[in-house]
Design a protein around this ligand. Sequence first.
Ligand SMILES: [Zn+2]
Ligand SMILES: [Zn+2]
Length: 345
Amino acid sequence: MRQLFALAPGQLEWRENAEPKLLAPTDALVRPIAVSVCDADVLLLQGKLPPREPFCFGHEFVADIVTAGGDVVGFRPGDRVVVSFLIACGTCKRCRQGYPAACLSVPPKSAYGFGIFGDWGGAACDLIRVPYATTMMALLPLGVSAIEAASAGDNLTDAFRCVAEGLEEEPGAPVLIVAGGGNLPSISLYAAALARALGSEQVDYIDSDPSRLEIAQALGANAIEAKNPPKRHGSYWVTVDSSCQPSGEWLATALNSTAPYGRCTSCGIYHGPAPVPLGAMYRQGVRFTIGWANIQALMPKVLDLLSRRKIRLDEIHTVAPWGDAIEALRDPPVKLILARDEVRT
Ligand SMILES: [Zn+2]
Ligand SMILES: [Zn+2]
């Protein structure tokens, strides 16, 4: 079968490899039909993340089930599913608590398509093994396209966790999204769309890039152009740091703009220390969350929003043919989705 390999920053290659097999009755084998490119993938291709050995690319995907092991419950061959990028068992203590990102049954940070968190394979291929398939997969709801849901296994659900809990606590609350220099463009814009869909009456979106600001405006957010991070921008019950800038300056904008006892969530990928305004956080009692989103626990809620037509993602997505992956990834748009012919309409 064919697999797309990431060799080094900016270097991708299709390779011919053996197909995976079922290793346990709880496994399924699935054929990816739409793979969306994670914001972290783009950083890697741009050389902004630490280099790694060649690995099979892709970890956000929708797939068709080819084979389901005897202990896979609720799915059949032919079902179209969204698969979580992070690998978790669904039954250990942490999974049952709602923290599959801390699953105790697999090595820490087990995930598809990174090459450094275990040999789980990548989604840009013809067939991939899904362990713990009953919990790793969710049926694509009727009426939702594979393209709309392509990112639900990672970035879209990551954006959801950034805004959902705060808006549940205070319906309609104002939300500030600090996209900063745009290192995580799709999560930032997904967060804007989701905040509006979840009822926020005021979504302020700060970014430096006019084209992303235009998309944010189309999604119903107030687009605020800023080339440099303001120390503070108002006071919001819900703030999101999606800047992913190692200087920590945009992160500080989000933290300093969080209302007393409000929530600030960072989906940033930080590899080293970054300064944090701890004094302001203490005075404000900021509730700060960072780390991988607990995908399996939240994905059904995101799919429910998609099926109720609550979110519009067309402005964010660019679809390219599966076979054009290498060319399309040379200069990736805000959110690239690679789709097989049968799902491109
Ligand atoms: Zn990702
Ligand atoms: Zn687990």
